[in-house]
Design a protein around this ligand. Structure first.
Ligand code: SF4
Ligand code: SF4
Length: 267
């Protein structure tokens, strides 16, 4: 068994966890999420650089919450979402053990969010070169050109909502796009409704998106939708000095205000 599998087996045997959310290899050799219920199943667990999925999205599922003692395998993006979700008071009732593998290939087990927070702050990820390049390009455009870029991108959106399903920060049990009394956003895929959907999504994730990039990676028509929230995060960091998924303390930039705020409307 690998050191990871050994460690998880021990956690099952000593009763620390009753469910492990991790990755296994699928038939097409790519990693897929897996749910393990006992030590005899740990040999399917893997953790490779290809394990990019953000498994914290499953912590919102009722079936998972019922397990009570949850182990979760986490890459840095997942660790960031655990920190952000804690700051939004979303994980309080879940007893969880967080496992990662660091750059030195050591298996680390965190039993408190303080430990996760410290690790995240010491290993805070940068934007990928590809994302930086596209963001720089978009920022070099005029507002009209940028608007045209996103209008064209979003006109291809088929409203499958995979970007929402995969996002750990999209956890409302009822979403505006499914409301039909009133119907805020058109159901069918067409340019105006698509823009409305993506504007609403970006604003709801402003200063909350932890830049895991999963929404862009999963989009079946290749829209780099994660860059919209990535840019908003950069703007929020510049204006308010707030990094997402960095601190477990509650009060992210968009749900707090200070009496000395420079905007008049808030006073
Ligand atoms: S995943 Fe892509 S196609 Fe599906 S709703 Fe999101 S942006 Fe649109
Ligand atoms: S990058 Fe996309 S999937 Fe990840 S937290 Fe941000 S909006 Fe959600």
């Amino acid at each position: 068994m690998t050191p990871l599998q050994n460690k998880v087996a021990v956690l099952f045997e000593n009763g620390t966890i009753s469910l492990m959310i991790g990755f296994k290899t699928a038939i097409n050799k790519l990693p897929v999420p897996c749910f393990i219920n006992n030590a005899s199943q740990v040999e399917q667990l893997i953790f490779t650089p290809e394990c990019k999925g953000n498994l914290s999205v499953y912590l919102h599922k009722i079936e998972v919450k019922q397990a009570q003692k949850i182990g979760i395998l986490a890459n840095v993006a997942t660790l960031r979402s655990l920190v952000q979700l804690t700051s939004e008071n979303q994980l309080g009732a879940i007893e969880k053990t967080v496992i990662t593998i660091n750059a030195q290939n050591e298996v680390l087990v965190f039993t408190s969010m303080e430990e996760v927070e410290q690790y995240v702050q010491a290993n805070f990820p940068a934007y990928t070169d590809e994302d930086k390049k596209l963001l720089e390009h978009l920022n070099s455009l005029t507002r009209t050109e940028r608007w045209q870029y996103w209008t064209e991108q979003f006109s291809a959106c088929v409203k499958c909502y995979a970007c929402r399903a995969v996002c750990p920060m999209c956890y409302c049990s009822s979403c505006t796009v499914e409301s039909n009394q009133p119907q805020w956003i058109k159901v069918s895929s067409e340019t105006t409704g698509n823009l409305e959907w993506h504007t609403m999504r970006a604003m709801h994730l402003a200063g909350r998106c932890i830049n895991c990039g999963e929404c862009g990676r999963i989009c079946p028509v290749g829209i780099p939708v994660h860059l919209l929230t990535a840019q908003i995060n950069l703007d929020i960091e510049k204006e308010f000095g707030a990094k997402t998924g960095y601190s477990c303390k509650s009060g992210y930039a968009m749900n707090t205000f200070k009496p000395g705020d420079k905007e008049q409307f808030i006073k």
